[in-house]
Design a protein around this ligand. Structure first.
Ligand SMILES: *Cc1c(COP(=O)(O)O)cnc(C)c1O
Ligand code: SF4
Length: 351
């Protein structure tokens, strides 16, 4: 079966949900948008109730359960938005949110109250002008991060307009695009899109969001290779998700796959406190133990920074396992070693 999924009836037709739950799911997807690209839908095994791709994209009635600690704006973008379309939390970089649309809607999305095929899908021309003026007038902005929604869901023509305007701002040196497109809709990385990306004068980074190694098949590899050939630097972002990638074997396979495809692992995110997402969140101690095991067994190239966005807009911080304990350094098995090592009286041979 092929084709995109936009309605609960599409899910029923593919055998991904039981027809008995249709009414409740219809209500749920009226609140939190549903979309699954053909590339992702084709990866789902309808006979596997634990399928890690389905878990990310197929709506689940547990999403109706909002916990008291969950927030509509979990990372506090609103508190740092001086003007529509801009989030300016850190001095040298801003988010430029160009649209609210994504080719897939992740069930754990941290902006799930904002994204979806609602009324204001794309930043209006006047709001975009205002946002670009803001960037022009703040010479401390060294990097512009295009996000949304998914910026590569824009038409190449619209994206070209934004990139050309950024090209003309001298103090902006880096443009970073946060996207799932190369994995979830690789056909969008076509000639027209490549012409636009290759034309920008700025140093371009693409931060690819992917959470399971199965997302990175041959079509994704091909799309990433096109980006690489255009001189774009690739880094990864992954959300730690219960039932998707919360085990060492899956995280290892995912990080290795990134590295094999020349995507440098950048961030592993603790899932944000978005509404109706508690079934995805991994306990922080369990998460830190997982990250510690990864450090102990897998190449340093495969190590992302484990980070959490503090609710309320206080920013991202590392929550990596702590290996300093007083005058001791803990190895990855938790064994303490004195640092500096006690004098032994023997000469220090290094070979
Ligand atoms: C995550 C984020 C960034 C990017 O942070 P890096 O650590 O540079 O990847 C920038 N601005 C905001 C508001 C963010 O939430
Ligand atoms: S691609 Fe990003 S913005 Fe879009 S639904 Fe997924 S997490 Fe949210």
């Amino acid at each position: 079966m092929s084709g995109a999924v936009h309605r609960v009836s599409d899910l029923v037709a593919r055998g991904l949900v039981k027809s008995a739950s249709v009414a409740s799911l219809d209500e749920l997807v009226a609140r939190y948008a549903l979309a699954i690209t053909p590339a992702m839908a084709d990866l789902i095994d309808p006979d596997d109730p634990q399928d890690p791709i389905a878990r990310q994209f197929v709506p689940d009635l547990r999403e109706a359960d909002t916990k008291p600690e969950e927030l509509d704006d979990p990372i506090g973008d609103g508190a740092h938005s001086p003007i529509e379309g801009i989030v300016h939390r850190y001095q040298d970089r801003v988010l430029l949110k160009l649209l609210h649309v994504c080719p897939v809607y992740c069930r754990f999305c941290f902006r799930r109250e904002m994204v979806g095929p609602g009324a204001e899908q794309v930043l209006s021309a006047s709001a975009l002008d205002g946002a670009l003026d803001y960037i022009r007038n703040h010479s401390e902005i060294w990097e512009v991060i295009l996000t949304g929604g998914d910026p590569l869901a824009l038409s190449p023509r619209r994206l070209a307009d934004v990139l050309q305007q950024l090209d003309a701002i001298d103090h902006v040196k880096i443009v970073r695009i946060h996207t799932r497109v190369p994995a979830v809709d690789p056909a969008r990385i076509n000639d027209a899109m490549m012409d636009v990306l290759a034309a920008t004068k700025k140093t371009l980074y693409v931060a690819l969001h992917a959470n399971h190694p199965r997302e990175l098949g041959e079509a994704a590899a091909h799309a990433l290779a096109r980006l690489l050939r255009a001189g774009i630097v690739l880094v990864s972002q992954t959300v730690l998700l219960k039932g998707v990638n919360d085990d060492v074997a899956t995280l290892t396979a995912l990080m290795r796959r990134f590295v094999e495809l020349r995507v440098k692992p950048y961030y592993l995110h603790q899932a944000d406190l978005a509404p109706g997402t508690s079934h995805f969140r991994v306990d922080l101690d369990v998460a830190r133990a997982l990250v510690s095991q990864l450090r102990g067994t897998v190449s340093g190239l495969c190590q992302p920074a484990f980070v959490l966005d503090i609710p309320g807009g206080h920013g991202k911080v590392s929550i990596a396992p702590d290996h300093l304990a007083g005058a001791h350094v803990l190895d990855h098995k938790g064994r303490p070693h004195e640092y500096p090592a006690p004098a032994t009286g023997k000469p220090d041979f290094r070979g």
